[in-house]
Every structure is written in C-alpha cells, then in structure tokens.
Design a protein around this ligand. Structure first.
Ligand code: ZN
Length: 607
C-alpha cells in the first residue's frame, strides 16, 4: 500500500486535473466548472497546497486517485497504474496488484485479439474476400481506411473465434462470455458474431470495449447468418461497455475535435469513415437514436461546439430534437448540417463531396433549423398551423439560457407568424418556468443542510483561511465558549485548534492538519478551500466573523429556549426544578433580546 502514497506524493493534483479540464487560478487554489454535474458558475476547487479537489456544487471530492476514477470511470487499480506510470514509479507485482489486474483488463485484451483475428480474416483470408469486395467496391472504402479503423469480418462458422481464443490463446470460456464475444450452449461454446463486418469500438483511451457487427447484404432477407433480421448487432452491455456511453471513432477524432473546436456527430460507422476519407476527421458516430447524457458529457470534454449531421429522415429530425435539451443544459453550442436531398452523410460524400463540404461549413444554428423545419411542416397562414408551430417550438426556445439569444429567436418566430413578441412571451410562460438559478457566492449548491451547519462551516473556513488565524480563533473561542457545534467533526476541529494555539504561535496549515484525527480531514480540507467572498480589507474580515458568531449565538439561543420551553410544559416537576428552568429561560431571553436589538444584517453566507 506504500506505493499508493508514493505515487500520490509524486503527482501534482493541479497539473493532473488540468490535463482534463481547464483550471483557473483563484487565490491559492484553482477553480473550474465541475465535470461531474451541470453548472454555469464554477464551484469545483483544486488545492495544490492540500493536493485535493472538491466540488461545492455536488459535494464530490478527493485526491488524484478519486479524480481519475470518477472522471474516467476506472477501478482503483486502473487509476493507480495510470498514475504510477505518470509518476515514473514501477509497481511491484504484489498480490494486491495481481488480483486487481481486473476483469476489465482481461476483456480489453481478449477484445484486442478478437479484433486482430477479425481483421486478419477480412484482409488476408479467403473467408473475408466477399466482405472486402463489398467494402472497397460497393461502399468505396479505401483499403487504407480498413486499416485505420481496424475493420474486420466474423466468419460464418459457429465457433471459429471461440476455438482460437480458447485453444491457441488459452483464455477461459468465462473470459469470452464476459467480453460478449461468445455464448454457451450445452456442450459447446459459440461465437456471438457470425458473417458480419466487424467494427471495433474503442474508448477514448484506445481500449477496445465492444464491437458492432453489420450484415453484408443491404436487405436482411438475403442474409444467412443466425442474427439475420437486424442490420447491426452490438456487443451486449459488459463490464467495460455500456450502451450509449461512447462514440464510434472518438479515439481517432478526439485530437482533431480539439483542434477544430467542434465535433461533428453522425449516425453510423460508414458516415464517419466516409468523412475521414475526405479529410474531415473531427467526426464521431452516435450508434443509437439520440445523444445520451453520458455522450454529451463525454464530448463536451473535447469541444464546446457540436454539429449534428444526422440522417435526413423523420428519425434524424426526432434525434435532433431529443438531443437538443441535453446539449443546451450542458451549455454547448449546437448547429445542424442540412444535407438537402441526400439521405445521409455517407451518400452525400460519395455522390457530391463538394456539396457535402459546403454543407458542413455552412452549418446552421439548431434553433434556426428547427424553426425553418416547423414552418415547412405546418401552414403558418392558418390559425391551427400557427398553434402547431408555436406548440412545437416554444418548449425548445424556452430551454435557451441566454436571454438575448432567446429573444432573437422569439422575434424571428413572431415575424414569421405575424404575431407580437409579447404574445409569444406570454405563450412561453405557459410552457413552464425553468428553475431559477440559486444565486449567492456558493454558486449553484442546493444546500439541504440546516443553516446552523452552513454557518459553522463558514466560520471555520474564515478562521482557517485567515491571515490572522490565531486572533480570529481566540475571538471566536471567547464568544462561543459554551457553544456546541452541529457536526462532531466541526466540534473536533475547533477543539484541535484550541490545543494547537496552546502549543504553537504561528499558524501552519500543514502542521495543524497533521495533528487532526483522520476522520476529520475531509471536512477540514473542505473548510480550508471553501471559496470565500472578497473580504480582504482587514476590518471587513473581522467584521464578517463577528457577524457569523452573532448569528450562531442567536440560532443556538433560540434552540436552547425552545428546548427549555418544551421541558417546562412537558412533565410535572418540583418547584426547584421549574424555578431553575424559568430563570435560565429568562436569562437566555435577555441575551437573545440584546443580541437581536442592534439590527444588523446576517453574514454574507447564503441567505
Ligand atoms: Zn460538481
């Protein structure tokens, strides 16, 4: 386990995370829009000092390992292996390491061998001859692209791949079934893919996670393979593959997408390959009906602009509509390519590559596209048509976050329908108001904690991040002498601060952190990096602490008063007890009165 700590020590969290998301300097920390939830104002904080990250929006956080595991969806061991390599530390082959050379790794390796096998059959073996002819002659695919995309062919015999993997490559039957390459029948193991063109599906880290198998003939009835009927068959969900979580071609396209600052999204493998053959390389295929949330999240890592270039049929139009909400939520710019009379990108490229290139560079805004489509679909001269058009469009326009852009489209629509902007705005209100954004410096955090707890966190943050931590701690300690914190961890941190200042004069965060019990570290780190409002003027900072203390005392007193009042009402007591309770009650009430008299605004922590 020592290796885990050694690797952690060598990795700088800020440079690691900045390889994945852009970080901005913010005081002694870095900030970013959180990659794990949707947000517009950044609440994801990285602390080089503490070597941690934390999102104040969704609450996720941790060290270099948890970041990588979360971001790349990895097991701990995979993250360790990647980080060890980065750190230049060779891991010893302990049992711990071996045991976890996980099932995932086995699936990647068996998929790679299967892919090589299919590719060999297609390019070198007689059994693949017909398929190769189909690809190069009928689909006009350059043989070099057969290499680039590692296309293969699965022979039509029932168990040829399974046998090869079991006998020659010494895999276990379980490995094959877990990869989705084979299935078992009593007494035998059979290949899952038969008589199909094989497209390996890579993740963006170049592991083969699944396959897509396409029948050779265009009409299913001609097919003799056992899965005849469906044109495409994909690997079932496995440990490494989940439908709708990735794109075909992303491994090859990701650098080009970054460079071009846009991702072109098409439906199928042949669309990607055709685009590639014409030098358009920032293209990936959905392999499904509409973009999933996972796919949107994944593609947004590489570009903020998405161009949908889907089939020109009703299904393609539906896919655009269904994808748009997720894209808008993620704050991505979406455009659409109009392919005119061609049914899909592949056909357009083969028949008229110049037209296609033109269409791609003259992509239109997704909302313009929708407006023009609905205007074509319904008659805008008739009342019923106008109603249909607005009913269909307003839900989309209401999604637009930017008010200026929203108004732009409403005006466009108003002009087309010969209606007033106000009427359309009224109609749109019926569509349903969006959740208002939660303003406040903590950002979009949806805080379900009680105010007492939020204030305590804020107070500790103010002390821990103070340039005069000792003064501010002592001031607090004096005023909150009998105070009890809501969270045991806060109470503990406060007590450890007390003993720290008994023994030390200068506040050193590293030294202090070392004194803390393990279970409080995460809470402590969170306080230490909690973004604070700008209070750097010296007296403002102390003033803010005083405000928080005062509010906490009020909350505390109110709770105490409530408890005593309940107690008095509850049960029969002797005179002494009642008298005692009553005198405590009146003294608390007096303090409360004095505290609340001087009307003062609360602390600037979330209202
Ligand atoms: Zn988050």
């Amino acid at each position: 386990m020592d290796e885990v700590a050694r690797v952690r020590e060598k990795i700088d969290i800020a440079s690691l995370i900045s390889e994945y998301i852009p970080l901005k300097k913010a005081g002694r920390n870095f900030k970013a829009a959180c990659p794990f939830h949707n947000e517009k104002s950044p609440s994801f904080v990285v602390s080089p000092e503490r070597q941690i990250w934390h999102c104040f929006g969704c609450g996720k956080g941790g060290d270099c390992y948890t970041f990588l595991m979360e971001y790349e969806n990895l097991e701990f061991f995979e993250a360790l292996r990647i980080l060890a390599k980065k750190a230049g530390i060779e891991l010893s082959e302990t049992d711990f390491v071996k045991k976890d050379t996980s099932k995932k790794e086995i699936i990647y390796s068996v998929n790679k061998i299967a892919s090589d096998f299919y590719h060999y059959i297609l390019t070198k073996h007689n059994a693949g001859k017909k398929a190769l002819e189909y690809l190069t002659k009928e689909r006009k695919i350059d043989p070099r692209l057969v290499e680039t995309f590692q296309i293969g062919f699965s022979p039509n015999q029932g168990d040829i791949l399974s046998k090869y993997l079991l006998e020659k490559k010494k895999y276990k039957i379980q490995d094959l079934t877990e990869a989705g390459l084979s299935f078992t029948r009593p007494g035998r193991t059979a290949d899952f893919f038969r008589g199909r063109l094989m497209f390996p599906l890579f993740d963006h880290r170049d592991n083969i996670i699944a396959f897509s198998g396409r029948i050779l003939q265009n009409s299913a009835s001609e097919s003799t393979s056992i899965q005849s009927g469906s044109k495409y068959v994909n690997t079932r969900d496995t440990l490494v593959y989940h439908k709708g979580s990735t794109f075909f071609g992303l491994n090859l396209a990701k650098e080009e997408i970054k460079k071009e600052e846009r991702a072109i999204i098409v439906e199928g493998e042949f669309d990607v390959i055709s685009c590639y053959s014409r030098g358009i390389k920032n293209v990936v295929a959905i392999k499904g009906t509409a973009l999933t949330e996972n796919q949107i999240s994944l593609i947004s890592r590489f570009s903020q602009k998405i161009t949908l270039c889907l089939d020109q049929d009703e299904a393609g139009f539906e896919a655009i509509k269904r994808s748009l909400e997720g894209l808008e939520k993620k704050g991505l710019t979406t455009t659409v390519v109009d392919l005119g009379d061609y049914k899909d990108p592949d056909e357009a490229i083969i028949k008229d590559p110049i037209f296609f290139k033109n269409a791609v560079s003259h992509d239109i805004g997704a909302y313009d596209f929708l407006i023009s489509n609905f205007l074509k679909k319904y008659n805008k001269e008739e009342a019923e048509g106008k109603k249909k058009i607005t009913q269909n469009l307003l839900p989309f326009i209401s999604l637009i976050d930017n008010e200026i852009i929203k108004e732009h489209y409403l005006k466009t629509l108003a002009k087309e329908l010969d209606a007033s902007l106000e009427t359309l705005q009224k109609e749109m209100e019926k569509v349903g108001k969006k959740e208002p954004a939660n303003v406040g410096f903590i950002g979009e955090k949806k805080d379900k904690r009680v105010r007492k707890e939020i204030l305590e966190e804020y107070l500790l943050s103010l002390i821990l991040q103070s340039e005069k931590a000792e003064d501010h701690f002592k001031m607090t300690d004096e005023k909150l002498s009998e105070y009890e914190f809501e969270l045991p961890s806060y109470q503990k941190i406060f007590e450890y601060l007390k003993s720290y200042f008994k023994n030390n004069q200068n506040f050193n965060i590293k030294l202090f952190a070392k004194t803390l019990p393990k279970e409080t570290i995460v809470v402590f780190d969170t306080c230490y990096i909690l973004p604070l409002p700008k209070l750097r003027e010296k007296n403002k900072y102390s003033e803010e602490i005083e405000k928080v203390i005062k509010e906490l005392r009020i909350v505390d007193l109110k709770n105490k008063i409530k408890n005593i009042a309940n107690n008095i009402n509850k049960k029969e007591k002797n005179k002494e007890e009642t008298k005692d309770l009553q005198s405590r009650l009146s003294s608390f009430l007096k303090i409360l009165q004095s505290l609340t008299q001087a009307s003062n605004n609360g602390a600037s922590v979330v209202k």
